[in-house]
Design a protein around this ligand. Structure first.
Ligand code: FES
Length: 574
């Protein structure tokens, strides 16, 4: 193949003062002179951080990638970007996703980088890195950190997050002691890796694999399995070839790839957070993708992966059963995969997954024997959510999919926490819990608080699910009949802001309808009384975020970050 002059040569290829500057300082790291000879310079974008426990093993993975890169004739340069640890960052990691995407985009463009390997793991680290790379349009390959090993507690397998919601409600219901709850802590997270349920991290790892952004098999290999290290080395080898082939990310992120990912999300019972992230990816590469596409392409797809929170198993069993290629092959066999979509290894996705074996049909079920028939994310419309809302049917209770109940309203998550334990709270199992002001602008950052825990007095009676509605998100590890991402959000004056205690609300998932049973005249009157909440911050990043974040149906990206700005070499620095 003809050797093209790469962008890194604009830094390293000259014999003048600037070339001297760019090379000389780099040589203080002990690089021999011939690494500047025009070979592909590959950035390894690393989200390692001890504050991001899910990505804390990434230093070794980066080294494995480098081994592959050197082998294939590349010049690896690892660089850090802000890491987002879902469990530590407040007010919510999602508020920083767009910020990190800017960090990634500007780091790539400003430096002598021809292509990138993205090391992703914890929830927001995957979308933020993909969004940044997409806006540069350089050859890009994703290596996920892999899930943790299964949690084990007193003879039972327990899954990240999912068990936290379940056990904390058991404590409230009086069926689990505080000591037992504390004992479970170390049993849940017992190896390196990200959440091993089909939470947002595992979902996004499956999304990048089904989009074609990683090598086949990337999503499910456990973090501590030696085959994850092999994959890292192969990923390093492959990105060098991608540079020679000019296989840029825009050639992979096509509309067909997004349709495949939406179907895959339905088949695996993936997180509702994928809706927001994929729409944001599409926005960066100029591919039209709407909320309605999620219903259009996902609705008829069966959920065939029996994994928590929707099902029983965890990522470890998913890997042993065959991983995502086995699921994608089943989709291909029923005509639910566009097999022609190009992937990072230069082959089509159809070629990659052809005849992928399924070793355990308890875990990856036969398509004719699904966990849930209509597994996609349901996109709801109605006077309560004119611009849409989402619900994950595979994690909801069939008996509540059509429901009419009276609203119990919380103006903020703090008000919810203050009132929910009150034995005198006027609530029963037919009530609908409504939470406001937790959307992109309202929280800010659209926190994962939509799966409000149930009132203890109902838990004690054995009630395990209720209809809940908010403009928030929920953790991919969570479950319940939970309506999320209501648009426009309450803080923007959407109809959610006008709901009052005791209003009747109707949910009909089959009809995709969410209705506030209050007449237009009364709603108009309430609107005149609505006062826009004052933003908490008048300066700094939070004020920028609130000013520019778009609504959930638009991917909650910043309005000024839409589109691809390319990778033209910037003007010289000295
Ligand atoms: Fe990091 Fe779940 S908290 S993946």
């Amino acid at each position: 193949m003809e050797k093209r002059k790469l962008r890194s040569q604009a830094w390293f290829g000259g014999n003048d003062k600037d070339g001297f500057i760019h090379r000389s300082w780099m040589r203080n790291q002990g690089f021999p002179g011939d690494v500047f000879d025009g070979r592909p310079v590959i950035g390894i974008c690393n989200t390692w951080s001890e504050l991001t426990p899910c990505n804390a093993h990434f230093r070794e993975l980066a080294q494995r990638v480098k081994n592959g890169l050197w082998e294939a004739g590349g010049f690896p340069l690892e660089f850090p970007v802000t890491s987002l640890g879902e469990t530590n960052i407040r007010p919510t990691a999602a508020m920083f996703r767009n910020l990190v995407s800017m960090d990634v985009e500007e780091s790539i463009r400003a430096n002598p980088i021809d292509a990138v390997v993205l090391l992703c793991g914890c929830d927001k680290t995957t979308p933020s890195l993909v969004m940044g790379a997409a806006s540069c349009d350089v050859p890009t390959i994703v290596l996920s950190g892999g899930p943790m090993l299964n949690g084990h507690y007193r003879g039972q397998t327990i899954g990240s997050g999912t068990v936290v919601w379940r056990f904390s409600e058991a404590v409230k219901a009086g069926t689990m002691s505080q000591q037992e709850f504390m004992d479970a802590e170390s049993c849940m997270s017992r190896s390196a890796g990200h959440c091993m349920t089909m939470g947002t991290a595992s979902t996004m790892a499956c999304m990048v694999e089904s989009l074609g952004l990683s090598l086949p098999g990337n999503a499910a290999i456990p973090a501590v399995d030696s085959r994850r290290k092999v994959l890292a080395q192969e990923t390093g080898r492959r990105i060098v070839a991608m540079v020679h082939e000019d296989l840029r990310i825009s050639k992979i992120l096509t509309r067909e790839a997004f349709q495949n990912a939406i179907r895959a999300c339905a088949a695996i019972g993936g997180s509702t957070n994928a809706v927001i992230h994929l729409i944001a990816f599409a926005g960066r590469v100029g591919v039209p993708l709407t909320l309605d596409d999620w219903d259009k392409y996902g609705r008829d797809v069966h959920t065939i992966l029996d994994i928590q929170p929707a099902g029983r198993f965890l990522m470890e069993e998913f890997y042993y059963a065959g991983g995502l290629p086995a699921v994608l092959w089943k989709l291909a066999q029923v005509g639910q995969l566009d097999e022609g979509a190009l992937t990072a290894n230069g082959k089509t996705i159809g070629e990659n997954v052809k005849d992928a074996p399924n070793w355990d049909s308890n875990v990856i079920r036969e398509y004719e024997n699904p966990l849930v028939e209509s597994g996609g994310i349901a996109v709801l419309r109605g006077n309560l959510c004119p611009d849409g809302a989402v619900l994950k049917p595979s994690a909801a209770s069939p008996r509540l999919m059509r429901h009419r109940g009276r609203a119990v309203v919380f103006e903020s998550i703090e008000e919810y926490k203050a009132r929910i334990d009150d034995p005198n709270l006027a609530v029963d199992e037919t009530s609908v819990l409504v939470l406001k002001n937790c959307g992109p602008r309202g929280y800010p950052g659209m926190a994962e608080v939509g799966n409000m825990g149930l009132p203890p007095k109902l838990l004690a009676r054995g009630i395990t699910d209720m209809v809940r509605i908010s403009d928030a998100r929920m953790s991919g590890t969570a479950y319940g009949t939970v309506v999320l991402h209501v648009c426009p959000e309450a803080a923007l004056g959407g109809p959610l802001a006008l709901v009052r205690e005791g209003d009747w609300i109707e949910l009909d998932v089959e009809a995709r309808r969410l209705h506030l049973d209050v007449d237009e005249v009364e709603l108009a009157r309430r609107r005149t009384e609505w006062i826009e909440p004052e933003p908490a911050f008048k300066s700094g990043y939070q004020s920028l975020y609130v000013k520019h974040v778009m609504q959930a149906d638009k991917g909650a990206d910043f309005d000024f970050l839409l589109g691809c700005r390319g990778h033209e070499v910037p003007r010289e620095s000295h």
